[in-house]
Design a binder for this molecule. Structure first.
Ligand SMILES: [Zn+2]
Length: 202
């Protein structure tokens, strides 16, 4: 067999009351979400081998690159709020994105999110990131006021301002692994250590 590499990738299995199996990388490692009594996982892994390897490589690269970056430990939450306010106002002027209100909290699965009411939720852990990356996250979320999903229209809008948005998204993943160290220190009691692989989940 030539799929030795595939079997080396560790994974967890979660049996749920579902009809179809699916693969997830939300936690930074592979999770097989399977219908109860499902037994064809070897075939499933073989079928999605390429996708698994690509995802795994992306995560490993990010983990390696995390060693070359450091977190901003001096920016306060208040300074983050000022920066977010200035940035949203600037973007609202330049584009026709309307934000209702901004909510701040520490989140364990994403950097930010946007609601249907056009509320923006900002992860206060963003204060540890470089300013340019914070500005990107805000622009990304505000673009969701026009396009909820991560479809081509969405990325085309993003690309007009950020032709290198793939790099920004990669950096967000790298920094995500870095802030996990802060999160694990402050939430030792939390059973779930979830790690997002995107700037937000849509
Ligand atoms: Zn998004």
């Amino acid at each position: 067999m030539d799929n030795q590499k595939n079997t080396e990738i560790q994974y967890n299995i979660d049996y749920r009351d579902i009809k179809y199996p699916r693969l997830e990388f939300k936690t930074g490692s592979l999770l097989l979400v399977l219908p109860k009594n499902y037994q064809k996982q070897t075939t499933l892994l073989e079928k999605h081998k390429k996708w698994i390897q690509t995802k795994n490589q992306t995560i490993n690269t990010a983990l390696q690159q995390a060693k070359t970056k450091t977190l901003n430990q001096t920016r306060t939450t208040q300074e983050l709020k000022t920066l977010v306010n200035q940035t949203t106002q600037k973007i609202q002027k330049e584009h026709n994105f309307k934000i209702n209100k901004i909510i701040y909290r520490k989140m364990k699965t994403k950097w930010a999110s946007h609601s249907q009411k056009n509320n923006l939720t900002i992860n206060t852990l963003l204060k540890h990131l470089p300013q340019k990356l914070i500005e990107y996250v805000i622009f990304h979320e505000m673009t969701h006021t026009k396009q909820r999903k991560h479809n081509q229209t969405f990325w085309n809008t993003i690309a007009k301002k950020y032709p290198n948005h793939q790099t920004q998204e990669k950096n967000l993943l790298i920094y995500w692994f870095l802030v996990q160290e802060i999160l694990t220190k402050t939430t030792l009691n939390n059973k779930k250590q979830e790690k997002a692989t995107k700037s937000c989940e849509k």
